[in-house]
Design a protein around this ligand. Structure first.
Ligand code: NAD
Ligand code: UDP
Length: 345
């Protein structure tokens, strides 16, 4: 027994190889890896030659999102639910598993909370055991309906703990708490990215988010559904910019354990977004107004000074360019292939 352990310990692990390229290669777990952002992250990590495990329960995604990676020897797909413990040996974990759009996360709010909290506990436990670095996909929703504008990372937020968005917002806030406490108590090497509204090809067409709704409606020539008077604002980040920011954060110096905003500071009203989508699609759709959902944030825009100074990161894709690429993708998909888990406007 002891001899076997001694021999095993003397063998170099893949990341300790003497080859300088191979020594940088890591075993990386991406939870929620078949989703919109997760699938692009997996693609990027596989291209960078890392050994990637994509874990998903396919609640809001389909295998099709990672089908093109299945033939790669450094890619592995695993069906699992993060609310259940798991045992793997990895060097890095990107924790993206969580339904992300209001329609998806409100479908089963208790499960959403469990996914954020129990998922964080299971993965932080694994990170502790493996001595792995772990990144949490947090969200601008931790700021709730913000009273300060733009939002800086030190703003503590204005979240209604008992409203319909709480399962997501408070779940993500509790996950941040767990990450900080595992860092303080157990020295787990953590990163937290606060993602602001991100869009692009491979968004779920029925996720009920504003970009996907407006594009589908405009392409079909149907009414555009504006909730409220359309004066509420959001700042939209193209997915490639987001993934670049996420990877830079994972690879940032180890002292950067506090949350970092990643988003595009370009701020638009929802009415402006609707008009832009109609124009880019060349659609005859009309704007229609519907009740504003409860606790819908009035304004949202990231302050990205921290990402700029610590990661040298800022977004490069203007809204119009990103929307064009997203519209082109929506034109190519077969909508029948997607299940609508949410009311389909
Ligand atoms: P998405 O729904 O496409 O991806 C989430 C993935 O997690 C899906 O593949 C889903 O099937 C999987 N999943 C959900 N519950 C799970 C569970 N219990 N176990 C295993 N897998 C599970 O959404 P996305 O936009 O790609 O979001 C990815 C992450 O980024 C999420 O954590 C989300 O909260 C966060 N985020 C996204 C945005 C955005 O604008 N896209 C904004 C803020 C935060
Ligand atoms: N919204 C809208 N019409 C839609 C879908 C969303 O006017 O068909 C609004 C929604 O009320 C919110 C904004 O667009 O003010 C962004 O909504 P989304 O669900 O995309 O994301 P989140 O509210 O989480 O930022």
């Amino acid at each position: 027994g002891n001899l076997a352990i001694m021999i095993a310990q003397s063998l170099p692990t893949p990341h300790e190889s003497l080859d300088p390229v191979v020594s940088q290669l890591k075993r990386i777990l991406v939870t929620g890896g078949a989703g919109f952002l997760g699938s692009h992250l997996c693609e990027r990590l596989v291209n960078d030659r890392h050994d990637v495990i994509c874990l998903d329960n396919f609640f809001t995604s389909q295998k099709k999102n990672v089908e093109h990676l299945l033939g790669c020897s450094n890619f592995e797909l695993m069906r699992h639910d993060v609310t259940r413990p798991l045992w793997l040996e990895v060097d890095e974990i990107y924790n993206l598993a969580c339904p992300a759009s209001p329609g998806h996360y409100q479908y089963n709010p208790i499960k959403t909370m469990k996914t954020s909290v129990m998922g964080a506990i299971n993965l932080l436990g694994m990170a502790k055991r493996c001595n792995a670095k772990i990144l949490q996909a947090s969200t601008s929703e931790v700021y709730g309906d913000p009273e300060i504008h733009p939002q800086t990372e030190d703003y503590r937020g204005n979240v209604n703990p008992i409203g319909p968005r709480a399962c997501y917002d408070e779940g993500k806030r509790a996950a941040e708490t767990l990450f900080m406490d595992y860092n303080r108590m157990n020295r787990v090497n953590i990163r937290m990215i606060r993602i602001f509204n991100t869009y692009g090809p491979r968004m779920h067409p029925f996720d009920g988010r504003v970009v996907s709704n407006f594009i589908r409606q405009a392409l079909d020539g149907r009414d555009i559904t504006i909730f409220g008077d359309g004066s509420q604002t959001r700042s939209f980040c193209y997915r490639d910019d987001l993934i670049e920011g996420m990877i830079r954060l994972m690879n940032a110096p180890d002292d950067l354990v506090t949350p970092v905003n990643i988003g595009n500071p370009g701020e638009y009203t929802i009415k402006e977004l609707a008009e832009k989508v109609i124009e880019l699609v060349g659609s005859k759709s009309k704007l229609t107004y519907h009740p504003l959902p409860a606790d819908d944030p009035t304004r949202r825009k990231p302050d990205i000074s921290l990402a700029k100074s610590r990661l040298g990161w800022e977004p490069t894709v203007p809204l119009e360019d990103g929307l064009k690429k997203t519209i082109d993708w929506f034109r190519t998909i077969d909508i029948e292939q997607y299940r609508p888990p949410t009311p389909n406007y």
